[in-house]
Design a protein around this ligand. Sequence first.
Ligand SMILES: [Ca+2]
Ligand SMILES: [Ca+2]
Ligand SMILES: [Ca+2]
Length: 281
Amino acid sequence: MLLISMHKQTDLMNMKSGRTFCECMVRVQPEKSRDILVDQVMESQYHQFASSDSSSDHGAHKFTTPTGVKKIVFCVLYGILVLLLLILLMVTGIKFAQLNKEITNIKHHIERASYGETASMSSSSSSSGTTTQQEVIFQRLVPVRGTCRVGWVSFQSSCYLLSTSALTWSKAEDQCRAQGAHLLVLNNVEELDYISKIVELQYHYWIGLVERQHEGHWSWVDGTDFNVTPTFWDKGQPDDWDYRENGEDCGQLHPSARRKRKLWNDADCNLQYKYICETRA
Ligand SMILES: [Ca+2]
Ligand SMILES: [Ca+2]
Ligand SMILES: [Ca+2]
């Protein structure tokens, strides 16, 4: 009886637990269904989102690749642009240097032309008896060596050497110094007139005149006081022509189309001209 009773209780418990389980199932089932539904919805949304992300990633991938290419193209174009600008700068610099040289030549031609006109005026003035000191026309003089070294010519107490090559002013002075001389120092008008008779017509010649300290302070290379020597500046000189990058701080003899007294001009020391050395006989 006891066993039967126990079985009944067990059955009853099973029945109760079964009912309870069923009831739980009945209660849980909707929640589970709801959860499943929620899961399904979430999963669906996730897939949609993933799909969206995927498509987005795909799109980004599609977008990234062209952007990378664009960056490379941009860099290449930028490099080419910089290279072209550098080339343009170099070409401009070269052209500017050529233009500078051409302008200098044109200026010299204009000066020579105006000088020729002055010489013509000088000639006509001479015939009318109104010749000035700057308008004297000279005859070519054959120089003599005297007691000077070979290649040098003699006048009064000095020896002179006319260069055959062109140098900058400082290199010309160095060449003269190397031979125990200095660039020509014009102490008086007789010396200038002598030099004017022996130099080549068409060339500029450096002389020992230089602005070392400041603008307007001219000095002779051998220490001769500039204030005690006569000056023979050409018309409008010294003008320290402001077009020149380095200014004009070195003295030279202007060329003359006629056999006329050479006059002074200030020129850019870095230009190359022939030169005249002087030393004591
Ligand atoms: Ca002298
Ligand atoms: Ca100057
Ligand atoms: Ca000048």
